[in-house]
Each structure stands twice: as structure tokens, then as C-alpha cells.
Ligand binder design. Sequence first.
Ligand SMILES: Cc1cc2nc3c(=O)[nH]c(=O)nc-3n(C[C@H](O)[C@H](O)[C@H](O)COP(=O)(O)OP(=O)(O)OC[C@H]3O[C@@H](n4cnc5c(N)ncnc54)[C@H](O)[C@@H]3O)c2cc1C
Length: 505
Amino acid sequence: MTNRPDSAGSTATVAFDPTERTWVTDTANDTSFAAAPPLDGELLVDEAARHAVATDLGNITTRVPCAVLRPRSAQDIAAMVRFCATHGIPVSTRGAAHTTLGQGLSAGLLIENRSLNRIHSLGPDTAEVDAGILWQDLVDTAFAHSPRLTPPAITGYTSLTVGGTLSVGGLGGLVGALRTGLQVDHVRELEVVTGTGTIERCSPERKPDLFEAVLGGLGQCGIITKAVIDLVPAKERARTYVLGYTDNAAFFQDMNTLIERPEIDHVYAELYPQGTEPSHKLYATTFYDPATPPRNYDPTTPPGEYDPTTPPEDTVATAGLTTEPVVDDTGYLDYVHSIDRLVDGMRETVEWDRLRKPWYDVWLSGAVMQDYVAEVHDTLTPRDIGPYGISLIYPQRRDRITRPLPPLPEANGSPWVYVLDINTVSETPEADPAFVDEMLDRNDRLFARARDEYGAVLYPIGSLRFTPADWRAHYGDRWEAFQAAKNRYDPGAVLTPGPGIFQDG
Ligand SMILES: Cc1cc2nc3c(=O)[nH]c(=O)nc-3n(C[C@H](O)[C@H](O)[C@H](O)COP(=O)(O)OP(=O)(O)OC[C@H]3O[C@@H](n4cnc5c(N)ncnc54)[C@H](O)[C@@H]3O)c2cc1C
């Protein structure tokens, strides 16, 4: 049942029963029920719609919402948030729902934001988009633009929404991590619906407290409905040097060389369980246009002697490394969609969406990374990763990360900061019940030690069971400003209860 006009033009009303705290579809003119506001989109209260959005990619936490909104406009979201704030109904927004411990779930209203997915403008150096659009769609459209454009930071998997990754931080998993900052560093302006149901535009100049509390703010202070995002010229091709290691020290020696090398645009790495060879793999990529000279091109070379299809000089890009790379040269979009193809394949073959994913994701300073990886790698068993999981490392220049959120670890003298992921995935959807508990306990144990011994900070996409006190410690000296923004923009504390950040006030 919806409150959208039906084909006959009449309106089926959905109302909230404030006494029973349930939604009703047959109000029989009972005025004790509060009718939901008129909407352009749909408000669904049927079992199928509610159960379809009761979990996320982690398949660990389940919360069945009492109603689902498929908005057609920011006004729909604003009207329903006002309604929910009046009746004390919690509200969560769902992008692609790829967090893994119920961060975007709610027993109240669930907003399915994917229905707002338009590109409002594109070029020459920005795009204004709805927050429910997938990065994939923005990337493809920007690349098809003339001249070719791209967001400067693109997540490894691109079937994620702009609103979702801007709410967690958005690390450039395949494009941009090294020197561009996070996706939140490339937002010029946002349209946001606050917890009072007010539609606001905010930017570094306009309502900066709201802007800073929403970017990387886990949906606590507002629902992002539109974003103005930086675009930069896109290169045509990606040339990746793939290097394998069995030794942690050699791996870090080469990583430290590659991340400082101007010819290299992006670096990430994979860690494999104990007993696997190689145990570490590095991927260093340079983006280039075949028609323009490589960056290490000698300008004194006479034009006739320069081959315009020459890719970057491999010898320069990989000089002084401890091992020989394998070279993988592809088109830019092929490179950007490589993880999408992998995930799409698993979706078809192993029920990827239903597998359990108790993920561990942390930030660490470059000062401790080598020691931490050596320690963690000693504990990694095949069960810790699973046949469809992966463990990843992303280095990035700390000074390019400019927003107050998400919080980062202390620098400890290093200009580099890393994300380390242990993206554990169960072998089957029906993983033995002990599996998830075992991995959540592992995450608790790993995190406590990483925080206490190495100064690690959570990257909140994964499965760490944080208490309100843990969250307060997580935000550290940013807590006061974050809490002030919460009190100001969501005074009824209805927005995004999933992470439990403000549970005790
Ligand atoms: C295969 C894979 C690869 C990944 N690679 C990367 C990577 O390279 N870099 C990286 O940073 N992350 C990566 N992630 C993690 C990803 O960023 C998070 O899972 C993020 O939550 C995904 O966006 P989403 O659209 O699924 O958001 P959701 O999970 O739907 O939402 C995330 C949180 O934000 C809230 N939210 C959602 N939309 C809005 C909105 N419009 N306004 C306010 N709050 C909102 C939700 O309630 C939830 O709390 C990856 C995940 C997967 C599965």
C-alpha cells in the first residue's frame, strides 16, 4: 500500500498510529491516526518492501523498517523527516547498503535513496548530482564527455552511491588515493535535508558547520540529497606494475619508493594469508594519454624521434625496485571497472550479496604501518579472508585529506596515512553460526591492540561493535563540534541510529 495517487487518481492513505507506534493502511477515517504527508514518491509499508531492505552487504545485522520511502524529490525526504521527527520515528538512508554492520538500517523509516539518481549538470570542472546516483554512472558519463573528465577520487567498487561514500569518507581505492585526498575533499557544495526536515545548501562558506558534519558524518546530522563534485581531465589509459613479495621488509621498501615517485599516480596492495606465495602484492599505476609525451619524456628529443604511442618509460617508473614487475596496460574505464567485474562475477556465481562479511577496516599512520602489517600478517589464516575476501592496503598523502571527518590517526612524524582492510567473506551464505561471532571477536581483539599499540582509528565501513563511549573516543577533539552539529541539525536525534553514536545522548 502506498500513499501515491493510483492509476484511477485516488489516493491510498498510509497513516501512523501514535499509540501502537505502527503504520496502518486502512484508517477508516480514524482521526487518531496521523496521515503521512502527500508525496511525489512512494511510501511502502508492505512486508515485501520492508523485508527487502532489512539487512546490508554484511548480512550480520537485521532491522526491519516499519516503512520504506522511495522519494522522487528532496521535498519528499524533507516532508517525511518532519513527520518522523514529530512522532519520534527513527530515519535511515540507504545508498547501495554496502556497509557491513547495519550502519544504514533502521526499525523506523528507511529511505531508499537510489531513486534519486540524476546528473543535473556536468562540466567543465564539476558535476552536480543526486546523492543516490552510483559512482559508476557518474564516472561513465564524465568519461564520455568531451573533453573526457573524471572524479579525482574513485572507490575501488563503483556500484556505491555518492551519498553513501561521502557519508563515510570515500577513499579512492582505484583512482586518487595517493595524492588527491578522499572523495569528501572534492565536494564544493551539498544539498542536505536536516533532522528537522529543512532543506539546506551548505559549503565551506555557507553553513560550514553543517557541511563539515555531513561529509564523513555517517548520516548523523543530515541526509545528503545533492552534491557538487570536482571533475578533472581524464587520461585515456592506465598502466599498472604488479609486483609480488614474500618478505614484508622488501614489500615496504618498494612501496615507500613507489609512493614518492612522481611517475606513479596510484598505489594499493594486497595481503594474503600465511602460507601463500606471494604473501604481499603491490599494484602501482600510472595514467597516461598515448598521444602526449610521458612525464619523464626528455624535451630535447627531436619531435620526429618521439613515438606518440609510447606509454610511460617503464624503466624509470620501476627503477630501483627489489623485484621485476608484470605490466598490465588497459583503457581507463576498464581499469576503473575492474573490481566491479569481479564483484558482478561473484554475484552470479557464489551469491555474493548473501555471504557474511565481518570486515575489519582501520587507518594507521605511515610511521607504524610496516610493523603493524608484519604483526597482523603473522595472524592471518585462510579463514580470516575466505575464498571470496581480500585484505587491502591503501597509502595516501595525509596533507591532502582536509576535512575534519572522518577522523585520522596521529601522524607520528609520517606524511603518509594508510587504510588497512581485512575484508573477510564467508564461504557460503549459511556460514556456520560461530563464524560471524568468531570474526567479530577477532575484529574487537585486533582493533583494541591496533588502537592501543599503534594508534589505529576505525574506518567505519566495517564490522566493529562500537559503544557510544567508543564513538566518543573515536571522534576525540572533534566530538564537541560533531555533537553541537547533531544538537543543532537533528535535535530529536532521529537520523541514522545504526552506528549507535548518540545513543546515550
Ligand atoms: C567491493 C567493495 C569495495 C569498496 N571499495 C571502497 C573504496 O575503495 N573506498 C571506500 O572508501 N570504500 C569502499 N567500500 C566501502 C564503501 O565506501 C562503503 O560500504 C559505503 O557505505 C558504500 O556506499 P553505499 O552507497 O553502499 O552506502 P550505504 O552503505 O548505503 O550508506 C553508508 C552510511 O551512510 C548513510 N547514508 C547513505 N546515504 C546517505 C545520504 N545520502 N545522506 C546521509 N547519509 C547517508 C547510511 O545510512 C550509512 O550509515 C567498498 C565496499 C565494497 C563492498
